[in-house]
Design a binder for this molecule. Structure first.
Ligand SMILES: Nc1ncnc2c1ncn2[C@@H]1O[C@H](COP(=O)(O)OP(=O)(O)OP(=O)(O)O)[C@@H](O)[C@H]1O
Length: 590
């Protein structure tokens, strides 16, 4: 069914609900269901997509209720007050995100718990403003001077819920949704394709705080009265349970989750003394049986039955078109005396080297010699303890990964860092992050500009997939590919940033012999297209065959540098490898 037809059907059903269930009890119930759904839908974006946890959303719910309520009490029109309440929540969400940026996992959860508790205490104790437990009486909600009765207020909430559904769904299926999901899968990989993870985390928090505030404001006017007892820690937990039980990160999850957290308790309430036990039991069982949530579990079962295909039909037409690679300016990287220390241990000790033009530079050395640490410094993941990195004449020593990507340096990872929840095509599209021009509004509203850009980058991504030989895998879930194929997807994603220097960290690790041949072929094609490569690899045959020059590390120090023939006969290199298993491979490369 077409999306707009589905929305129109839902709109008609929502409109006629008060006729189908004329009792004011059911209309009230529907109001409660819809504003709770609005909160859960926004929280799903934060938890399910961006991978951040919030146990304090009752705080935003409260802020929305109080700001909107107090504004109307002071005479500001209802709709304007609602807008103000939502905007204040967006600001509060951004602030909480900024405060918690350094925290992850349980620590982030603790910051949000602290925020929720703080708001709860303020609501309870600042009685002169909030009314505390005695509550706050509000004027009836009105639109353009017309007072809203029970049914018309229900319609207002229904319009808000439908609007939130459409807009959030639009975000889900735009580059914003993909970026949030990518960040949730791997922050470091998202950063190396140019995503400023910090800003995007703040954005995700602000959006979900907006919807929580909207839900809170709509709740406040349901009875034109509310008190501080609503905004407890339990409420935050309930919202989160709604997201998780429904299926975090799924599009239908918030609807199902709200049925579980809102309608189920109403139903089991009739069972008097046992209702909490039954509700808790159902939650526990569903979490154990379906850890991805109800919708997530069903989707997994369906996917196993029907192989997902989302390949665009643009595939054949784009196959032979040229791909824009890099800026064609070539690389110019100067590394001067870099040192990287971990708690006093020198993993990299005073290394200097340079990469120019479109050369393929090998970086080799026995296990633990400092190759990955060097790669991490060159890609902005680590800031060197000492030394300087100069890229095209600019000091980039302190650049974070997203700025390195913007400057033209990107990388792949020794331990694969694909966005496993996205398809192969979506992974590569993420690589174009720095080249998208449409903003938040265009993606929220799916404007014609948005569609044009989506099509363009879908086609460019398909070209890159052709380039690495994986066009037929475009619609597959990235996690389902073989090791070697996943490494090629990482290369395609990195190429999408249009780099001048591509750092490949052990691209052949775990790949089959056939896949290794394919990877070598791709490396050669990348070099021909004018992009420089820094290749870290244990397969000496590959290194000796594709590299123009090789830098050798041992115990964090540079011990040799030169062309493959020179390196293979270098006594210190042979000595370094003698104790290791790689020595035979080193000779094989001759
Ligand atoms: N984050 C860290 N904290 C502490 N020590 C580290 C850290 N990262 C690397 N090291 C240490 O630094 C040294 C160099 O590690 P690195 O991973 O750079 O070597 P490598 O040459 O890439 O090894 P391999 O070929 O096994 O991947 C090792 O002794 C390692 O234990």
């Amino acid at each position: 069914m077409k999306k707009w037809l589905l929305y129109a059907t839902i709109a008609v059903a929502l409109y006629f609900f008060p006729w189908l269930f004329p009792s004011s009890y059911y209309v009230h119930l529907a109001q409660g269901f819809l504003y709770t759904y609005i909160v859960v839908a926004g929280l799903n974006l934060l938890v399910g997509l961006s991978g951040q946890l919030s146990l304090g959303h009752a705080g935003f719910y409260a802020i929305g209720a109080y700001v909107t309520g107090l504004c109307t009490v002071s005479g500001i029109p209802f709709l304007l007050s609602l807008l103000l309440g939502v905007l204040v929540c967006a600001g509060a969400g951004g602030l909480v995100a900024m405060l918690s940026l350094r925290a992850k996992g349980p620590y982030l959860a603790m910051v949000t718990i602290a925020f929720g508790l703080l708001i709860e205490i303020v609501a309870n104790r600042w009685v002169e403003v909030t009314g505390g437990p005695a509550g706050l009486y509000l004027p009836e909600a009105s639109l353009f001077g017309l007072k809203l009765g029970v049914v018309s207020y229900y319609w207002l909430i229904a319009v808000a819920a439908l609007l939130v559904t459409v807009l959030i769904d639009n975000l889900f299926t735009s580059r914003f949704g993909r970026t949030f999901r990518a960040m949730g899968n791997s922050e470091v990989a998202a950063a190396t394709v140019g995503v400023n993870v910090r800003n995007w985390k703040v954005l995700a928090f602000a959006i979900s705080a907006c919807t929580a505030g909207l839900g809170g404001a709509l709740f406040a006017f349901q009875n034109a009265y509310f008190n501080s007892d609503t905004f407890t820690f339990d409420k935050s937990i309930l919202f989160l349970v709604g997201v998780i039980v429904g299926g975090a990160g799924t599009r239908l999850g918030p609807l199902v989750g709200t049925i579980v957290i809102f309608l189920l308790p109403q139903w089991v309430q009739s069972l008097y003394d046992y209702h909490l036990l039954i509700f808790g039991g159902i939650l526990l069982l569903s979490l154990i049986a379906l850890p991805e949530g109800i919708v997530g579990g069903v989707e997994r079962l369906l996917k196993q039955k029907m192989k997902r295909r989302t390949e665009p039909n643009t595939m054949e037409s784009v196959a032979d078109e040229p791909i824009q690679m890099g800026s064609q300016a070539g690389a110019n990287l100067q590394v001067d005396g870099v040192v990287m220390e971990f708690d006093g241990f020198r993993a990299v000790d005073d290394i200097s080297m340079s990469v120019h033009g479109s050369e393929v530079r090998g970086l080799i050395g026995p296990n633990g010699s400092g190759k990955s640490t060097t790669v991490n410094m060159l890609s902005g993941v680590y800031v060197p303890t000492r030394g300087k990195l100069t890229w095209k004449g600019v000091d980039v020593t302190h650049y974070p990964p997203h700025r390195m990507a913007a400057a033209g340096i990107t990388r792949t990872f020794q331990n694969l860092q694909l966005f496993h929840e996205l398809t192969v095509l979506e992974n590569v599209m993420l690589g174009f992050h720095l080249h998208y021009r449409t903003g938040f509004a265009a993606n929220l509203l799916h404007t014609p500009g948005f569609w044009r850009e989506e099509k363009r980058f879908q086609e460019e991504s398909m070209r890159l997939l052709h380039f690495v030989g994986l066009a037929d895998k475009a619609g597959e879930q990235a996690a389902n590919l073989s090791y070697g194929q996943q490494r090629l997807v990482e290369i395609a994603r990195a190429l999408a940033t249009r780099p001048d220097l591509l750092i490949l960290d052990e691209p052949a690790a775990g790949a089959s012999l056939y896949e290794v041949d394919n990877i070598v072929r791709v490396i050669r094609k990348v070099k021909q297209s004018g992009i420089a490569i820094l290749l870290v690899e244990h397969h000496m045959e590959i290194v000796m065959n594709v590299c123009d020059r090789i830098t050798v590390l041992d115990f964090g120090k540079k011990i040799a540098e030169g062309d493959p023939a020179y390196i293979q006969s270098h006594p210190q290199v042979i000595e370094a490898y003698l104790g290791g298993e790689e020595v035979t491979q080193l000779v094989v490369g001759k």
